[in-house]
Design a protein around this ligand. Structure first.
Ligand SMILES: [Zn+2]
Length: 172
């Protein structure tokens, strides 16, 4: 089952304020969910929404944290996991203004947040994102057993499952 997670959002938005400037004006485009363990072999997941999921939710990305991690992990480890998932979100650059005499960038804007084409899933640069190691240390080994990112096409659990589980819950 899935539940929206305001507490995860709270932690994530603090991380965005501190470390993810490209997401500061796009906080409303990310939804956060707690997922019951259900035997999955990851602790966190970041997914770019498919066109249909965008249609249903108005979001660009969904971030999932499994309940045992959310409930059982120390706060610093949970923060590292959420930071890791946020690192998967990449945004294209928009307008860049370069001073013709100095060659310096005088203005740089992020590409429009409303166009899905401007958003990408960023792959890991090392086994762990170097910025997450910098901020949280080597917070976990074999991290990809616990955290992964998926593009929409590779993802088996769609919003159909979410809706289906919600209906099942309500029917009980
Ligand atoms: Zn990852």
């Amino acid at each position: 089952m899935f539940e929206k997670a305001p507490r995860v959002r709270e932690i994530a938005e603090k991380l965005i304020d501190d470390h993810h400037p490209h997401l500061r004006d796009a906080k409303d485009l990310i939804e956060y969910y707690i997922r019951d363990d259900g035997g999955v072999n990851w602790a966190g997941k970041c997914k770019k929404c498919s066109a249909f999921e965008r249609f249903l939710t108005g979001k660009m990305f969904h971030i999932f944290v499994i309940a045992p991690a959310f409930e059982g992990w120390p706060m610093e480890k949970l923060r590292a996991l959420i930071d890791h998932e946020l690192c998967h979100i990449q945004r294209k650059t928009g307008i860049v203004v370069i001073d013709p005499t100095t060659g310096e960038i005088t203005r740089k804007e992020w590409a429009s947040k409303d166009d899905p084409e401007n958003w990408l899933i960023r792959e890991h640069d090392v086994e762990e994102f170097s910025d997450v190691i910098y901020r949280h240390g080597l917070w976990d080994t074999g991290i990809e057993k616990f955290a992964e990112a998926v593009r929409d096409a590779e993802y088996q659990m769609t919003l159909f499952d979410v809706q289906h589980e919600k209906e099942l819950r309500e029917a009980k």
